[in-house]
Structures are given as C-alpha cells and as structure tokens.
Write a protein that binds this ligand. Structure first.
Ligand code: HEM
Length: 587
C-alpha cells in the first residue's frame, strides 16, 4: 500500500503562538498528563485488528481485584504516542509499510451503570444526561428505526440493547491478528481461568463476558477503506497540548505536529488543532465565541475522578453494501452519470479520499493519498495557498482549491459536510453556525470495519459494517448534536437539502429520504436534482455510551496504589455544583 503521508518525524517541531494568548487564559498548548490518559483517545491505536469484549460486573469486590491486576496492562497515551511516532518514523524512512515495530494495546471503558457499581455517589455527578441514560434509551431520538420488526430497532441489537445491561467494554487492538488473539486469551484466562484440555480452572474474577466484536482493516485493495469502498479516517481534528517538557529552541513537544507552514494552528494542512478539553476532561476546551485559537472554559465532567477521562460512543453499524451499490448504479443511470460519481457526491469525497470540492467529476488518487492535500480545503473561504516548508517536518500543500459556498461541488447533504461543516455559515437559517461554534462539535473517530469484504454471493449473510467509536467530552453536544442537528436534519444547513444520504435516519417507519445534489449532466450542463434514497443502507445493530477513566481513576476503583509520576499537569478542583448546561447554539 502506498504511504500517504507528509513527513512525520520523531523530534519536536512546533510553533510558539504565545502572542495569541489573552491575558490570564490557560496556556495555548496545555500540558497533557500522558501517563494518566488512556491511549486510544488522544493518540489513537490505529491498528489493523481489534476485538471489543463487553462485560458485566457480577461481584464488585472481586471485580476490583481483577481490575487491579489489569491496570498495568492498560495502554497509556505516553506509550501509544511513543509507539506511533516510532512507527511513522520507520515507515517514513523506508517509504513503505513495515512490520519492524508492532504492539498490542488494551483500554478499558465503563457504562454509567458499570461506574455506578464502583462509585455510585460520584457517578451521579456526571452532567451529561445522554451518558447517564445510555445509548439504547436515546436510540429513537437519534433517528434509529422505531419499528420493533426492524433490525435496527434497539430491542433487536446484537449488543447494548435495552435489556443488555452492559457495564463495560475492553478494547484490544494490535498490528497482528495472532497477537490480538493471544491478548484476548490472556484477558479471558484472567476472567475465567486458564483452560487446560478445554476445562477452565476456576477463577472468580467477578465479571462475565457478554459479547465479543472483532474488527479488522479490509484486505487490499480496500485497505484503509470502509465497506462501501471509500477511504476512511482521512479527516480528524488535531489536538493542542504538550506531551513532555522538552523544548527544541522555541519549539514545544506537541501532541499534534504542526505541518502547515502557513497556519501554525493546524496539524496537517487543513487540520485545525483544538483544545484538549473537547476530548479529555480537566483541560480547556474551544471557545465558541472567539477565534478558534482562543481557549475556552475548563471542561469538567462532574465526578472527582473524571479528569483525564473521555466519553466513548460505540455503534455497531451494519452496512448493506450490495444494496447501496445496486441503488447507486440504478440511480446514476437515470441521472446519466457514473455510479461512483454519485456515491462521491453522497460522501463528499471520492473512494480514494480526494475531496469532491477539488474535482467533482474525476477521482484524484494523487490527492486522496496525500495527507498534505486531502484535507486542504474550506467550504466558504479559500485557505491561503501553500508555501515552501520551513523544515522537513512540514509540507507544501500547493495552491488551495476554490471554496464552494453554494454546495455546487460538495452538496450540503454530503456526509462530510453534514458531519463537519468546517467554515460554513447560514445567516438565514442557522445564524450561529460558524467555525468557532462548529469546532465545539468535533469527534475523534477511532472506528474499524467488521466482517469480510463484500462479494456478490447469494450465500452472503450481510454481516459487515463499521465499528464506530468516537471520543469526546460531551455526548450531548458532540456525537448526539452532530447526529440530530446536522446529519439527520434535512433542513441543515439550508432548507430541503436533505439528510445525510450515508447515515441520515428518517424518523419513524418511512425510511426514505431525499437529498438535492448538483452535478454535471451528460450534455455538460450543471444540473440540480432531487435523489430519493429508498431505505437505510447503514443499520444500527448495537451500541453503548461509555466513559474511559484515567489510570488514576482506575487505580482508585481497584483500590491499588497510583503509579508515581502520573501527573505533569494540574487540574482545577471540580465545582461543588455542576455547571449549568451551555445554551444551545441554534434556535
Ligand atoms: C457505516 C457508517 C459510516 C460510514 C460508511 C462512514 C464513512 C465515512 C467516510 C468515507 C468519511 C470520509 C473520510 C474521512 O474524512 O475520514 C467519513 C468522515 C466522517 N464521518 Fe463517517 N461514516 C460512518 C459513520 C459515521 C457516524 C456514525 C458519524 C457520527 C455521527 C460519522 C462522522 C464522520 C465525521 C465527523 C467525518 C469527518 C468529516 C470531516 O472531518 O471532513 N460517520 N465517514
């Protein structure tokens, strides 16, 4: 597989934009407690194989004992980041994928119910109502099917339905399928006892496994793509913050390398760096009322142990790949265009990852595979053209593409424009939509496909899709907001543009939805037409809302000593009474 990356180096490369810090505001690059934060949130495991193990706590004192034995195995941000830097450095120098360094990681997250068993009084202090209620209870409000006969109805889910009293989930991820299987075995042995000749020696760990979900990167030629065939994981928010006290001249050791010579607040060109409080508690978050580089309020979760923790949304989303492509072919024939062109209008990118705003008639794999260019666009204002890099850690994205304020190239309904409208505004319909408010609704996505690639086989059971995992500090204001107010709203950001054609969920039992797309017809005319999507091609078949506690919090639940040197950052005390929910941005 081609390496699609601008140079990423081991050493420090950063900016010092201290000049932008208002008096008394938190540091513009807040120190991160890299030994206290679990690694999948801010660094991302980025592994080809993953197994999720869902569990129920049966006996709390015994569970605490089990947890105490597992804490040393929980991968920290420091470990995952160090590995990711080394992996990238090797890959960059070799100009090829490499198996020179490999790792297998474990993280552990809990539902509100699971945390209540460990510390009911503090769990009650979480201010996020969605987290406390759980995903199954919120499913209908997210536009999921409400007909009990429908596969997507929460009562029919494979995992996380209303009767499935989940307490937690283990995330095991690795580069090698056998290593992941070995780690799963180690965990299971710790829960049930080692199996000898098929018989488990009794271990009373106080928990039971209720469900397992495997995920894996698809084999070539779909590596890195989701099942419909589009490259995934292209766009992620950058995260501000330092990861050590090292300094190289004026350069800080930053979590997200600054690779755009023109925009010191961006990681890769087009990747805005956000305050860490958007994704981990106990840190400053974005300020919806100021330029995006000005820090906002300290994000606090409520419980005394919520600092350095994050909320995790998990959804098991089955994809009807055959149905989606049959629909694309039929519909594209009627419009007189290519089926992948239509699909790319739905996604906002071509299968290669190349944005349709750059070219909506041809896929541009050269751009799709180039991380310096595949995110280098805005919808409303043209970014500054690239300039020659100052050093080897930076990239020249070249000339920036023209913007698309009217949704001619990239439809307002396309998945990427719905899920992240970048600098879009909507003075008449959503007056408060602007870049600073939009940056308070971002997600760190950590998903992976499940099931084999689609083959047109009559015996195919259709069991494939996306294990969607996203980290944030407000489920209500991030995952749920994006889903309800943007993705599912046919009137966002202009009337009648339609709900997201990939995800959008009509309410009730009539699942059809109509989007408006503009395309170049066979006569070469730019035409706008409604396209009706008759059914859901993405169906929720499981899910849950979780919290990823810090290492210190895990030690507290387990009653084991906290490792030394956990903190390089200080967190302000939690307020005695939870802060009021912020006012909604939109009417
Ligand atoms: C099976 C379901 C899904 C499929 C097939 C899918 C597919 C994709 C693809 C192909 C991209 C473009 C590549 C990229 O920017 O990484 C993308 C981006 C994105 N998706 Fe999804 N996605 C799914 C579910 C979801 C869900 C449930 C959400 C959240 C509500 C979501 C939110 C996003 C966001 C925020 C982006 C990045 C947009 C940007 O930054 O430009 N996706 N998705």
């Amino acid at each position: 597989m081609a390496v699609r990356e601008v140079p990423a180096i081991l050493s420090m490369a950063a900016l010092d934009d201290a000049a932008h810090i208002p008096d008394g505001a938190p540091a513009i690059e807040p120190p991160l407690c890299v030994n206290n934060i679990q690694g999948n949130s801010l660094a991302g495991f980025n592994k080809d194989h993953q197994t999720l193990i869902f569990f129920r706590i049966d006996d709390v004192p015994k569970f605490r004992g089990w947890l105490g034995r597992e804490v040393p195995f929980v991968a920290t941000l420091a470990e995952v980041l160090t590995f990711n830097r080394l992996f990238k450095a090797v890959r960059f120098r070799r100009k090829a994928e490499s198996r020179a360094v490999q790792s297998t990681w474990l993280n552990i997250v809990f539902t509100a119910q699971g945390l209540s068993k460990l510390d009911a009084a503090e769990t009650a202090k979480f201010t996020d109502a969605a987290f406390k209620q759980g995903l199954a209870a919120r499913s209908a409000s997210l536009g999921d099917p409400t007909d009990p006969a429908s596969e997507g109805f929460a009562g029919n889910w494979a995992v996380g339905g209303p009767d499935d009293k989940l307490d937690g989930m283990l995330i095991i991820a690795g580069d090698d399928v056998d290593d992941v299987a070995a780690e799963v075995r180690r965990v299971e042995d710790g829960i049930y006892g080692r199996r000898v000749a098929g018989v488990a020696s009794a271990v009373d760990s106080g928990l039971s496994i209720t469900y397992k979900q495997h995920g894996a990167t698809l084999p070539p030629p779909l590596t890195g793509h989701e099942h419909f065939g589009w490259l995934d994981g292209v766009s992620q928010p950058g995260v501000r913050g330092t990861v050590s006290d090292m300094k190289d001249g004026e350069h800080l050791d930053l979590l997200t390398l600054r690779e755009n010579p023109n925009e010191p607040g961006q990681g890769k060109p087009g990747q805005d760096c956000l305050y860490p409080g958007e994704f981990v508690f106990g840190h400053p978050a974005q300020n919806p009322d100021a330029e995006i580089n000005v820090p906002g309020e300290m994000k606090q979760g409520g419980p005394s142990w919520s600092d350095d923790g994050s909320f995790v949304v998990f959804r098991r989303l089955r994809q009807d790949v055959g149905g989606f492509h049959a629909f694309l072919k039929k519909q594209a024939r009627e419009l007189g265009i290519n089926d992948l062109e239509l699909g790319s209008k739905f996604v906002g990118r071509w299968p290669s990852g190349s944005p349709v705003i750059v070219d909506d008639v041809h896929d541009r794999p050269d751009i799709g595979r180039d991380d310096a260019r595949n995110n280098f666009f805005e919808f409303r204002a043209k970014p500054k053209d690239g300039t020659p890099p100052k050093d080897g850690s930076q990239a020249d994205p070249g000339p920036s593409p023209d913007p698309d304020p009217n949704g001619v190239l990239c439809p307002f309904s396309s998945h990427i424009r719905k899920a992240y409208p970048r600098d879009d505004t909507s003075p008449n319909f959503f007056p408060s939509l602007n870049e600073p408010t939009t940056q308070t609704h971002r997600l760190l996505r950590r998903g992976i496909p499940f099931g084999p690639p689609f083959e047109d086989d009559p015996n195919d059971d259709g069991e494939r899709g996306l294990v969607f995992i996203a980290y944030q500090t407000s489920i209500e204001n991030q995952f749920e907001f994006v889903t309800k107010r943007w993705v599912n709203d046919p009137g966002f950001k202009e009337p009648n543009v339609g709900a997201d054609p990939i995800l959008g969920q009509a309410t009730g039992t009539d699942r059809a939805r109509t989007v408006r797309i503009t395309y170049v017809d066979p006569e070469g005319n730019t035409t706008t037409a409604p396209v009706t999507i008759p059914q859901d091609f993405v169906v929720p078949t499981g899910g849950g809302y979780f919290f990823s506690p810090s290492i210190e919090a895990l030690c507290g639940f387990a009653g084991v000593p906290v490792p030394p040197d956990l903190h390089r950052c200080t967190h302000p005390p939690q307020p005695a009474t939870p802060p009021p929910a912020p006012p909604p941005h939109y009417p």
